[in-house]
Design a protein. Structure first.
Length: 239
């Protein structure tokens, strides 16, 4: 579970704890706003749980698509490097080789002016390595290979046919990720609104409840320290 997801779960759990402790106050708990009443807080707790449940339901589908994406794209750099090395051995046309290598470098995240890591490896140019960009560059690379008569490797893994099949898998996966991302984005936005919305989001409401408790109870009250000590902030909160 990410820190953001865990933060939401902790806030929801603390709200339940808050409600239980407020209920023990009985008639001593007379909040000035309807939103602070036990009934309203209970409904808010249910809304928070439901919003979180919807996210939990759709998140695994998206996570699976993303994991598959990483697996599909992971071998690409190595394959492109092998392909370029084969082309270096097969062609004597410098211009053809340079054209292919330029696209290959984009695919692998290499660009003019790229910096090196301390261990000497090249730092990837992430701005040019989004999955969409890599697919487009891969298409261009395949198109270039098709025009090169001498590119006919015996190694099947770097053949044009294999690259074309890999390209289809990549495109299908990108579509799958996009399809899975839409309901997750919607669910996260709704959850964010329940927790952080103005003016009646969970965080605002419990802040008001705490302010009232500070005014209504003495610090020596058995529940004062527990209620005020409940944490509802999530520094990693994301939509």
């Amino acid at each position: 579970m990410s820190s953001s997801e865990g933060g939401y779960a902790k806030i929801a759990a603390n709200l339940k704890d808050l409600i239980i402790r407020l209920e023990t106050l009985g008639t001593d708990y007379k909040p000035p706003q309807p939103a602070y009443e036990i009934k309203a807080l209970t409904q808010l707790s249910k809304d928070a749980e439901e919003a979180s449940r919807v996210v939990s339901k759709v998140l695994p589908i998206y996570a699976k698509a993303v994991d598959e994406q990483e697996l599909i794209f992971k071998p690409l750099n190595n394959l492109i490097t092998k392909s370029i090395n084969y082309l270096k051995a097969a062609t004597t046309n410098a211009a053809t080789l340079q054209t292919a290598k330029t696209i290959a470098d984009k695919l692998r995240g290499f660009a003019r002016g790229t910096k090196t890591n301390e261990d000497g490896t090249i730092k990837s140019n992430h701005s040019s390595r989004s999955y969409d960009n890599r697919v487009e560059n891969f298409k261009q690379y395949i198109d270039v290979l098709i025009t090169i008569d001498c590119y006919n490797p015996a190694e099947k893994e770097i053949s044009v046919e294999t690259f074309q099949k890999l390209l289809v898998s990549m495109e299908d996966n990108i579509t799958a990720v996009a399809i899975a991302k839409t309901p997750l984005d919607d669910a996260r936005k709704k959850r964010f609104e329940v927790f952080y919305g103005q003016p009646n989001g969970l965080i605002n409401v419990v802040t008001g409840v705490k302010n009232y408790i500070k005014a209504a109870l003495n610090k020596s009250h058995p529940q004062y320290k527990h209620i005020i000590g409940l944490r509802f902030s999530n520094t990693n909160a994301k939509i």
